[in-house]
Design a protein around this ligand. Sequence first.
Ligand code: NAD
Ligand code: LMR
Length: 330
Amino acid sequence: MTRTPVNVTVTGAAGQIGYALLFRIASGHLLGADVPVNLRLLEIPQGLKAAEGVAMELDDCAFPLLRDITITDQANVAFDGANVALLVGARPRTAGMERGDLLSANGGIFGPQGKAINDNAADDIKVLVVGNPANTNALIAQRNAPDVPAERFTAMTRLDHNRAVAQLAKKAGVTVEDVKKVTIWGNHSATQYPDLFHAEISGKSAFEAVGADQKWVEDFFIPKVAKRGAEIIEVRGASSAASAANAAIDHVYTWVNGTPAGDWTSMGIVSDGSYGVPEGLISSFPVTTQNGTFEIVQGLDLSEFDRKRIDASVGELAEERDAVQELGLI
Ligand SMILES: NC(=O)c1ccc[n+]([C@@H]2O[C@H](COP(=O)([O-])OP(=O)(O)OC[C@H]3O[C@@H](n4cnc5c(N)ncnc54)[C@H](O)[C@@H]3O)[C@@H](O)[C@H]2O)c1
Ligand SMILES: O=C(O)C[C@H](O)C(=O)O
């Protein structure tokens, strides 16, 4: 039986993450090796020519699963019938820009894109926001799409999750497959809380597996993961691109195809009030996924240390929400 192609919209398609992402989507890594895709590439007018060049290269790969490519600077066209939307294009912070300026500039992108999703996307639309500040951009898009169920808007903390898994595997001298139940709580920013206390390594407590070394956790592990984005920028001379694209692929693949038994993942999702995170904020939680839906992992005991770290990051998210509310963006 021939499957109907899935419409995948990617914004910022001519950027560096776009370049690392599109070829993997077209080769079946986003949805599965038997799922054909149509790509819809959204760029700003200055980015259209480069997007056309990327589309030419996609053609040249002769990917069996890639059915059609549309390139446009019109959000209504890009999101028409979209089943999956990866919102990567964003306004980067430039010299002299205050946080309010950044939120306002991105509000001008994610508000209209949220509305275009609301008015044009397919009923089963799933949205992942990658462009920074990812959680608050996702909140802006979600609030501008009142007809779309709120849980369809998610923000990417999978890169932080994968970074935490890699650091733990390295420290414990095991492979990444031995590391399970890691959680990123809060914001995709330096305030995020990478939590190893509920994680397992080779079926045992991850904290024990790294030598019950609280100093290593506080002085190395948490800042290493939370500030890894800045470290990549410093060392590579450009922000993470292939690892960010890989995390976007992992996020959507897991959302659609489910978390493995005995593990969970981290996703920025609209809070239902779990773990004291105010309802409506888009915050990262431990989640399990199944058949295209997700559930927050419930019942984890939070220590005073966990609570303090989660509250700090969630406090930052509340400040960002208040700022975009004052700007009239939500
Ligand atoms: N959540 C995460 O873990 C994570 C990780 C890495 C990077 N990021 C963020 O992802 C974003 C993209 O990174 P990049 O390295 O690809 O940047 P980039 O500058 O290389 O590419 C961004 C592209 O977006 C396009 N663009 C800008 N405004 C647009 C709009 N309104 N509609 C459509 N396209 C638009 C630009 O023309 C450009 O081609 C940045 O905001 C970056 O901070 C997030
Ligand atoms: O683009 C950035 O500021 C960093 C990025 O969000 C990352 O985590 O690598």
